[in-house]
Design a protein around this ligand. Structure first.
Ligand code: GLP
Length: 243
């Protein structure tokens, strides 16, 4: 297995390490095309980036960002949308240009057309240089649930019940969690030139063991990263406690 694993002590160190790698890429390439993730894990990474922007003025003016996914049916100003998440945790604090931040439109009149537009737009912009990823407890990446073909592209997907339960903590009621989403496909993610997957906490320990020890399988979407030439994992001791 060629995937590089960086083990860190805890969540704080994970966020510092991930931000350090991202910031290095931003400094090396002012026009970096950066793939972004949501969920609880990257929150502290974005906090470190914002702090660095305030302290050192690192500029994002020329950077393009591409988010992995968005809930279907949630407008950009819906508080639980991934648009709102990105605004709250990163976009409003740094000098990213609004026309250079891309997130699928969960309210598109024609979601299928929106998926095609999003996929084509990523490729037209030259593809993603560095994609940040979290991992679901069932091994999903983006919203690519177990069983997703490895050659999939951006499309509408139905969320697994375990994913809706895991994400219910961000909503006031479980029923409010959307049933569908738009997500980049596994094929889209695998085209990125570099990938950084983050995992923190004991809830991720079983899936990290499976990902690292089992064969590559469509039943465990994150396992495909072992086939990527430049995929790294940053995980804390809790997430690696069963490995
Ligand atoms: C969501 C997102 C994923 C994310 C996963 C894990 O379902 N669509 O991109 O990686 O949750 O989230 P967390 O970091 O909160 O555990």
């Amino acid at each position: 297995m060629s995937m590089k694993i960086i083990q860190v002590k805890d969540y704080e160190e994970l966020c510092q390490k991930a931000a350090q790698i991202l910031l290095q890429r931003v400094k090396d390439n002012r026009r970096l095309r950066l793939g972004l993730a949501t969920g609880g894990t990257p929150v502290g990474v974005y906090r470190n980036m914002v702090q660095d922007h305030l302290d050192h003025g690192t500029s994002y003016r020329e950077i393009q960002t591409f988010n992995l996914d968005e809930y279907l049916g949630l407008a950009p100003d819906h508080p639980q949308s991934y648009h709102a998440y990105m605004e709250e945790h990163l976009f409003r604090w740094v000098d990213l240009q609004p026309n250079k931040t891309h997130i699928p439109d969960g309210k598109a009149a024609d979601p299928e057309a929106e998926c095609r537009r999003y996929e084509e737009m990523i490729q037209q912009q030259g593809g993603i240089d560095l994609q940040l990823l979290g991992i679901g407890v069932n091994g999903h990446i983006g919203f690519n649930e177990p069983g997703t073909p490895f050659d999939s592209t951006t499309r509408v997907v139905q969320l697994a019940e375990s994913t809706r339960r895991a994400n219910a903590r961000f909503f006031s009621e479980q029923e409010e969690v959307p049933t569908h989403a738009i997500t980049m496909g596994i094929g889209t993610i695998m085209k990125s030139r570099e990938i950084l997957l983050l995992a923190s906490g004991t809830s991720k320990a079983p899936v990290m063991r499976s990902m690292l020890q089992q064969e590559v399988s469509e039943q465990l979407p994150a396992s495909v990263l072992k086939r990527h030439p430049r995929a790294q994992v940053i995980a804390d001791q809790d997430a690696l406690s069963l490995v």
